[in-house]
Write a protein that binds this ligand. Structure first.
Ligand SMILES: *Cc1c(COP(=O)(O)O)cnc(C)c1O
Length: 394
């Protein structure tokens, strides 16, 4: 039985589509589980804002006691505004502008995850100008294959992220000359939607190697930041609504070699928010082509771009459907691009104009990527909490 049953169908009566539906109860449960599993091991978790910065989603995450992981100056600003303590904000990204660096320095964030030697020198110079000190972690590209889609792999030699191994000797030397920069630790982030737990074991091996490398050279490493990347089940959202945080954190607990004062930090995005969101859309037209049956929805790549950008799979369901006969549809949007399809040959109950379709597991990297292409409406959303539906901007 799907979460989107006939009772919810009745609640959606009269609501303007398309809209994001956020189940704040599931979000709360997910956050509690993640927090408990991390706290138990003394781990610190920063939430990757870029996954979802919808107002209520963000305030719920903030209230649950997570830090923030930002990838732009505006995200740093936003994190501060919603109440994340500056002492728990990290700032990553290969292309931080001077303005963004100044914003972060002004707030005195926990650490910059520095991705090149030149960036470190620029941060040092700007900190000197402003008369402040900058905390930095070195983002190391560990050349570990995340075994995820190539478009969301970040930790291989061919990726643009982090310092290549060949530069670390020089980075350590430059760091000693940067008089306004303090090293807090090492940072790694190898990719997203990682479902093979062996990948995280391989990461631990690399982290241990690099930690030892620095410590042998007399450098104290206070923080080991292993990034994010924990995957979720896009195929069975109702069977696995909450990611397996216990197994995930346990791997780092067992395989990372820590000295007693060393902290372990994580930056989770997707695993915290993906399952609480769905995109609800209405069938505008059905069309039988020469080879295909099409369902043409009122949502498209302007609301949810993951299928078109990353060839990502999302489970597609008819809201309120029972055990009906199915037919295979290409489920497409209204945007004037051939890539504007959510799924091909999707088995769905026979559908007609006016039926509601739920595109599941759309809480991460979804609403945040919405655009106004084709001069589409601003994206709409609503929240469900304790069985009540609250309309937001729709
Ligand atoms: C995107 C990102 C994350 C979050 O990744 P998820 O796969 O959503 O957990 C963490 N750290 C950095 C540096 C990132 O860019």
């Amino acid at each position: 039985m799907s979460y989107f049953d006939s009772k919810l169908l009745a609640k959606f009566e009269g609501m303007e589509t398309p809209f994001y539906y956020y189940n704040l109860d599931l979000l709360q449960q997910t956050l509690s589980k993640a927090k408990a599993a991390a706290d138990k091991r003394g781990f610190h978790v920063h939430y990757a804002l870029k996954a979802n910065f919808n107002p209520r989603v963000l305030s719920t995450v903030q209230s649950a006691g997570f830090g923030a992981d930002c990838v732009s100056g505006n995200e740093v600003q936003k994190a501060i505004e919603v109440g994340f303590p500056a002492s728990q904000i990290t700032f990553a990204g290969v292309g931080k502008s001077d303005k963004e660096i100044r914003t972060a320095l002004q707030h005195g964030i926990f650490a910059f995850n520095v991705e090149s030697i030149q960036e470190m020198e620029i941060i040092d110079g700007l900190a000197a100008e402003m008369g402040v000190r900058a905390n930095v972690s070195l983002r190391i590209n560990p050349n570990v294959d995340a075994k995820t889609h190539q478009y969301i792999t970040t930790g291989l030699d061919e990726n643009k992220f982090g310092l290549p191994n060949s530069e670390l000797e020089r980075a350590a030397a430059v760091l000693r000359d940067c008089t306004n920069v303090d090293l807090v630790g090492l940072h790694f982030h190898i990719g997203s939607q990682i479902t093979d737990m062996n990948v995280f074991k391989s990461l631990c091996v690399k982290v241990n190697e690099w930690k030892n490398w620095f410590e042998e050279r007399g450098t104290t490493i206070r923080v080991l930041n292993v990034g994010g990347g924990l995957g979720v089940d896009y195929y069975a959202p109702d069977e696995h609504p909450i990611a397996d945080f216990e197994t995930y954190f346990d791997i780092f607990d067992r395989f990372l070699e820590r000295t007693p004062n060393q902290e372990v930090h994580f930056e989770l995005g997707r695993a915290l928010v993906a399952q609480c969101g769905s995109l609800i859309s209405k069938v505008l037209y059905t069309k039988n082509g020469v080879k295909k049956h099409f369902l043409i929805l009122d949502a498209g790549m302007t609301e949810l771009m993951r299928p078109m950008l990353y060839q990502a799979y999302h489970k597609i369901e008819k809201v309120g459907a029972g055990a009906e006969d199915t037919t295979n549809y290409d489920v497409v949007g209204p945007i004037c691009e051939s890539t504007d399809a959510f799924g091909k040959e999707v088995p769905l109950p026979i559908s007609e104009r006016g039926d509601l379709i739920a595109i599941r597991t759309a809480g991460a990297y979804a609403e945040v990527m919405a655009s106004r292409y084709n001069l589409r409406d601003e994206v709409r959303y609503c929240y469900a909490t304790e069985g009540q539906l609250e309309l937001a901007n729709s």
